[in-house]
Design a protein. Structure first.
Length: 179
């Protein structure tokens, strides 16, 4: 589950067949009753129709929780050290750094560090376009050591400089308003 709307949709599907939810969170749901194969099939079909997927693989569920934890943490805190962030994530998810590293490598074919960097850049893109923040403020907010370091990683991941990216977004907005 990716958002609160996903949680709402999952809750609707589960409750529509009379099942009781013990706990529901992003990527995880606990149901009081044991599911029959027919109920699982019904839930999977309804969720698929909404663009969601029923996953029972515990490793994938752990990875999904880790991914969402990273995204939420980057969006809502100013954590300065990726290694500390990884340690905090392990504590929050009750999982070792090694287990998490193996999940990222197996399912996403990347390292946790690269995933964190890519999510920081996604956040920087949002802050550039939606929040209209300066590069200096973004570098500070995302705990980059300098604007140059942020710009380097931004270009490495997106293929364009932050300034060019922001100009492209502004150009698209002007074109949409003119249309």
């Amino acid at each position: 589950m990716v958002s609160k709307r996903c949680i709402i949709r999952v809750r609707e599907v589960i409750e529509s067949i009379g099942l009781n939810i013990v706990e529901i969170d992003l990527g995880n749901i606990e149901i009081a009753e044991q599911l029959t194969s027919e109920q699982k099939s019904y839930i999977a079909t309804k969720l698929l129709a909404s663009g969601l997927q029923l996953r029972e693989d515990q490793d994938y569920v752990m990875l999904d929780s880790a991914r969402h934890w990273i995204i939420d943490t980057i969006a809502n805190t100013e954590e300065d050290d990726d290694k500390h962030l990884i340690s905090m994530m392990g504590d929050a998810l009750h999982c070792s750094r090694r287990q998490l590293a193996q999940l990222f490598a197996r399912y996403l074919n990347t390292t946790m560090q690269h995933y964190i960097i890519s999510q920081r850049i996604e956040r920087a893109k949002y802050l550039l376009q939606v929040e209209d923040m300066s590069l200096t403020n973004i570098a500070y907010k995302l705990n980059y050591s300098s604007v140059a370091h942020l710009s380097y990683q931004f270009k490495k991941i997106t293929g364009m400089t932050p300034t060019f990216f922001k100009e492209q977004g502004q150009l698209q907005q002007r074109l949409l308003r003119a249309a």
